[in-house]
Design a protein around this ligand. Sequence first.
Ligand code: HEM
Ligand code: HEM
Length: 202
Amino acid sequence: MTEQPEQDTTLERIRLWDPAIRLFHWALVLCVIAAWGLGEFGPDIMTLHFYFGYAITALLGFRLIWGLIGPKVVRFSHFFHGPKTTLTYASKIMQRKPSYWRGHNPVGALAAFALLGLLIAQVASGLMGDPDDYINVGPLANWVGYDNATMAMNIHETLAPLLLLLVIIHIAAIAFYKIWKHEDLIKPMITGWKWVKKAEDN
Ligand code: HEM
Ligand code: HEM
């Protein structure tokens, strides 16, 4: 029913997510799982952890550029909905029907910002961090000085469980949309295609 709403003339099926953003997302998922797992459970010599960390840094660099010059729905300016729209959306979030939102919905956009922001803090603190073990020294640790490098490492270790928590919330929200609101957000992130409300101009 809600998955195939062809009869509803207020809706249209569009290629919402471009190939680059989809590739970015799934590459990010793989690299973050690998970096997190290696950081927490990997060997003492963290070369592989560093490599995945560099890959994530590059992915985030791409995302920042794409957020400025990419297609409209992935631009950061498109994410800003303001408190009124966000609160109105949030107050109706429990309704058992799809949002058909064109892009990240106002609450999802906050989550996307939080995830991207936390990931930036995680890679920045990793790059600057020095765990004082003479092996796993971040490439920018000497540049920021010993005290800052030690602080960066503490931040890195503190943010790691927060990142895990946010990812769990992220996946729970996707499951909530699928199970409660009958809206599959995963398929559009794979194929690009999504049913959305017809737009005025976006
Ligand atoms: C390490 C794990 C993950 C991280 C760090 C992550 C990160 C993100 C980020 C940053 C976005 C916003 C995309 C953008 O840049 O515009 C996003 C969106 C999304 N993610 Fe994830 N993600 C993770 C795991 C997953 C998993 C396992 C799934 C599938 C079950 C998933 C499904 C989605 C979907 C469907 C969206 C788009 C939501 C919407 O329609 O607004 N993610 N994710
Ligand atoms: C999003 C990317 C990253 C994630 C998810 C991540 C995650 C983690 C985790 C979970 C730990 C273990 C923390 C603990 O023992 O409590 C860790 C440790 C560490 N990470 Fe990362 N990390 C990332 C990126 C980086 C980067 C880019 C670098 C440097 C190039 C880096 C350098 C380190 C170092 C040196 C440690 C060892 C800390 C110690 O021995 O006490 N990380 N990371």
